[in-house]
Ligand binder design. Structure first.
Ligand SMILES: [Mn+2]
Length: 477
């Protein structure tokens, strides 16, 4: 297993730096040092991934087996990717258990969950500042497996010198949320110090019960024991996902964005009423920015981040949106989280000595209804440019959403960001088109009835999410 300390320093010849435009250079010829073996075998394996003409053709060996020593290898992970590519094109969704048996899923999720639950709420990523070290940041992917496979090939696979930070929203809307999430977990297990998976608002019980992921899992593993078990294990894993990252001390990333200060609870309590909860009316307290200490202390292992009470930071980090209007205010459109203006971006960057905020959470559908903010045609927007730096929205699901009621589609590109050593604070944007045609598959939610993003979050539904049996017309990007 690779360790954090030995990267880059032993590299004899680093790969050429990638240009800041969307041109991607072929991998360098196979060099000979140990860390470069990693690169060359990665490039060989990735060549067997889907091509433009419809993906991997040869039948892989199935079912996938958990390694006898329990240690994942690069071959195992790249094989998982090409096998999912193949099965998504050649098998029915109900046949997924013949590819990924429940026992293998269990072993992977258990291993990943253990790693994830140990991570701090805001993971500090400190890449070596040597030449050739980069951090790839990825926005929402929403179950669009083939686009994720393309992104990994286009950006280059995770490696000693190539970190990845995923900003959440792995599942829902798209038809391959389970395969997408599982393969990202495999990368996490293989390279725990190089691949970071943050939580999105869709990694929750509420969202997955409305936007397709729960039904997807039950369709693939059956609505009896196995399907329910797989879905429950995924929810448990979602609870472990960290909320945010800070890259090289300069870049803050999170799915939604920034978060509020939680005023201290009054320490005096009436005698004899120890268990009485002190309820603060959020309306009565002016909103202000929270501190990193508060972020680190938030209780993130909740199935659904609460929108009231004391534990509001997870909901803020996962659900908030920027605005062009100054100030910090409740996000009334969403019913949870905050709206924050350019002044708050400046305060946040300055307070924590940062240069960039990279958040995700808003696709082309959401942006259609946000006058003053950019459209998502290229997969990213620069929302605030302030004295201390910038706020960027990054969205990595091209041609989103996968299922739409009308012929007229957004035809948006997806994008990822590359941050290069030594400072990691100058974002290079890489936009890419969707992999087409997608395999034909039925959606797992009632997309025709679903209203577009930014509708008010139905809080009563969030409470009842567990008992829901049919999708309901509420949509949050
Ligand atoms: Mn989102």
């Amino acid at each position: 297993m690779l360790s954090q300390s030995d990267d880059a320093t032993t590299t004899e010849s680093s790969p050429p730096p990638e240009s800041a435009v969307t041109v991607v250079q072929p991998p360098p010829p196979p060099p000979s040092s140990s860390s470069d073996d990693f690169f060359s075998s990665a490039s060989v394996s990735s060549s067997s991934l889907s091509d433009e003409n419809g993906g991997t053709q040869t039948r892989p060996q199935i079912p996938i087996a958990w390694p006898s020593d329990g240690v994942l290898t690069l071959d195992w992970v790249t094989n998982l990717m090409s096998t999912f590519d193949w099965s998504s094109r050649n098998l029915r969704p109900t046949e997924l258990p013949t590819v990924l048996p429940v026992e293998v899923f269990d072993a992977l999720v258990l291993t990943a969950s253990k790693i994830l639950h140990k991570e701090t709420n805001c993971v500090r990523i400190e890449p070596d500042r040597d030449d050739g070290v980069s951090v790839v940041v990825v926005g929402d992917v929403h179950g669009q497996l083939h686009d994720v496979l393309f992104l990994l090939k286009d950006a280059g696979l995770p490696s000693e010198n190539r970190f990845f930070v995923f900003n959440g929203d792995y599942v829902d809307r798209g038809a391959w949320g389970l395969e997408t999430f599982v393969l990202l977990l495999a990368w996490k297990v293989f390279l725990p110090q190089r691949v970071f998976l943050l939580r999105g608002n869709h990694e929750s019980k509420y969202c997955t019960s409305v936007y397709g992921f729960e039904k997807e899992v039950l369709a693939k593993y059956g609505d009896k024991r196995d399907g329910k078990h797989v879905y429950r294990k995924c929810l448990g894993c979602f609870e472990g996902l960290p909320l945010a990252s800070i890259i090289a001390g300069r870049v803050y990333t999170a799915h939604g964005g920034i978060f509020r200060n939680i005023p201290a609870t009054p320490s005096k309590r009436p005698k004899g009423k120890k268990n009485r909860k002190v309820i603060l009316n959020p309306e009565s307290v002016p909103l202000s920015l929270g501190s990193m200490e508060e972020l680190s202390k938030a209780r993130r292992s909740v199935l659904d981040p609460p929108w009231e009470g004391q534990n509001l930071i997870p909901g803020d980090v996962l659900w908030s949106d920027p605005s062009m209007k100054p100030g910090l205010s409740p996000n009334k459109e969403r019913g949870i989280g905050l709206l924050w203006g350019p002044d708050c971006t400046e305060d946040f960057l300055k307070k924590f000595n940062l240069k960039l905020i990279i958040r995700s959470h808003e696709g082309p559908d959401a942006r259609e209804k946000r006058p003053g903010l950019g459209r998502m045609d290229e997969g990213y927007t620069i929302d605030h440019v302030v004295e201390s730096g910038k706020l960027i929205t990054l969205f990595s699901a091209p041609d989103y959403p996968q299922f739409q009621a009308t012929e007229e589609r957004y035809k948006n590109k997806g994008a990822y960001i590359v941050l290069e050593s030594p400072n990691f604070d100058a974002p290079a944007f890489h936009s890419f088109e969707a992999i087409m045609p997608r395999p034909k598959v039925n959606p797992y939610y009632d997309f025709e009835d679903v209203i577009d993003s930014d509708e008010e979050l139905d809080l009563s539904m969030m409470v009842e999410a567990s008992s829901m049996s049919s999708p309901s017309p509420v949509v949050i990007s």
